[in-house]
Design a protein around this ligand. Structure first.
Ligand SMILES: Cc1ncc(COP(=O)(O)O)c(C=O)c1O
Length: 397
């Protein structure tokens, strides 16, 4: 008799898939290693260097031997800095007991979902969505309930769309505004209506504030600033994008104290504290001068204003104007069904192999006629890459 295989992979791993954004980056990297001149629009990270004052804080931390464990859920000094920045930017009021520091915003979202979602709980995710949400909900045993938004209407989410999908099993609604990948910004009035819907039913409203500082019009706003929001609104934030610190891996959660305890408990048995040196750097990012954030935003605006009109000049391609973040999400349905290209996965694959431009296929974000272009790259690269993109589509259609 053959013994039961003990080396098989656990079932829960099959609930998640490889991150498509990371796969595109790896494919592009492979080509680059073969000497191919690839223009990479796939990376969801600022091309700017981390500001010098932040780097100096990390160097000081090393020089002062701040290289030991900290509290598993992050050091008090950083929790206070997170809270003070959130108060200054959005007028919220949190206590350190309601703050956890994790290894990037993704880690916060993962721990939070694990701590909140039970087997079979429904989680509402507006489409297009950031790739990771569905995987972390699936991993927790939850059920994703996707809510489509309308491209003609700027991918704008409304409270009515959410309401139609609420059931007694709805546990949480995830909002990401400004959105990765569409750049859509949820209107404040709708956001407030969604809050009323969720809070009156005791449903969690998870707000992923990853791109909260990169808003092209109007001033940044946090739904957590509404009276009574703290009971059901869960904030997931990160220093990754606002301060060009993707590699440092610091994110934060602002949640009810009981949930902070639960997330910290989970973290204490996996990563323990985020890197002590990065925590010191994040304190400086949040407490130090904020001018670099505005400088980066001005540069993203300049690039957006080049990229979108340039995409719209390509015959058949349409593109909404992003209101925040640093992604354009053009509709390339004109190219589908042409020359063996049937899906945006095919499109992205052929664009990479034939025109050497890396983009992320819309399938990764739940739509099947778009690709995502990150304009967090230099103007020179944007010009080169979009010329290639244009020629590729023109030849195809
Ligand atoms: C919408 C969104 N949320 C969260 C994150 C996580 O950021 P990080 O883990 O790098 O802090 C990202 C990163 O791309 C993102 O796009």
């Amino acid at each position: 008799m053959t013994p039961t295989l003990k080396t098989a992979i656990a079932e829960r791993i099959s609930r998640i898939s490889v991150s498509s954004t990371m796969k595109v980056a790896a494919d592009a990297d492979k080509l680059r290693q073969q000497g191919v001149d690839v223009v990479d629009f796939s990376a969801g990270e600022p091309d700017f260097a981390t500001p010098d004052n932040i780097k100096q804080a990390a160097i000081r931390a090393i020089d002062q031997n701040f290289t030991k464990y900290t509290a598993a859920g992050g050091m008090l000094e950083l929790k206070k800095a997170v809270i003070a920045r959130h108060t200054a930017d959005f007028g919220t009021s949190y206590q350190p007991s309601e703050c956890v520091i994790s290894v990037g915003g993704k880690h916060v979202l993962f721990n939070l979902t694990q701590a909140v979602v039970n087997e079979g709980d429904e989680v509402i995710i507006p489409v297009p969505y950031w790739v990771t949400y569905k995987d972390i909900v699936n991993y927790a045993g939850g059920k994703c309930v996707f809510v489509d938004t309308d491209e003609q209407n700027g991918f704008k989410l409304t409270a009515a769309m959410i309401e139609k999908n609420l059931t007694p099993r709805t546990r949480m609604v995830i909002i990401n505004s400004p959105s990765n990948p569409s750049g859509a910004v949820l209107e404040r009035k709708e956001f407030e209506k969604i809050f009323e819907l969720t809070s009156s039913r005791g449903i969690y409203l998870l707000t992923d504030e990853c791109y909260c500082h990169f808003l092209y019009d109007g001033s940044p706003f946090s739904i957590a600033s509404l009276p009574g929001a703290k009971e059901t609104v869960l904030v997931a934030g990160t220093v990754s994008k606002s301060y060009a610190m993707t590699g440092w891996r610091i994110g934060y959660g602002l949640t009810p104290a009981a949930l902070t305890v639960a997330m910290t408990k989970l973290q204490s048995h996996s990563t323990s504290n985020p890197t002590s040196i990065s925590q010191k750097a994040a304190v400086e990012a949040l407490r130090g001068p904020q001018d670099s954030v505005q400088q980066m935003l001005a540069e993203y605006r300049r690039r957006r204003d080049f990229v979108v009109p340039r995409l719209r000049r390509i015959p058949g391609v349409t593109c909404n104007m992003p209101e925040g973040a640093f992604y354009a999400y053009p509709n390339i349905s004109c190219a589908l069904g042409k020359n063996g290209i049937n899906t945006t996965l095919d499109f992205a694959d052929r664009l990479l192999k034939e025109a050497f431009v890396a983009v992320v296929p819309g399938e990764a974000f739940g739509t099947n006629t778009h690709v995502r272009i990150s304009y967090a790259t230099s103007m020179t690269e944007l010009e080169r890459g979009l010329d290639r993109f244009h020629q590729f589509v023109e030849k195809l259609i």
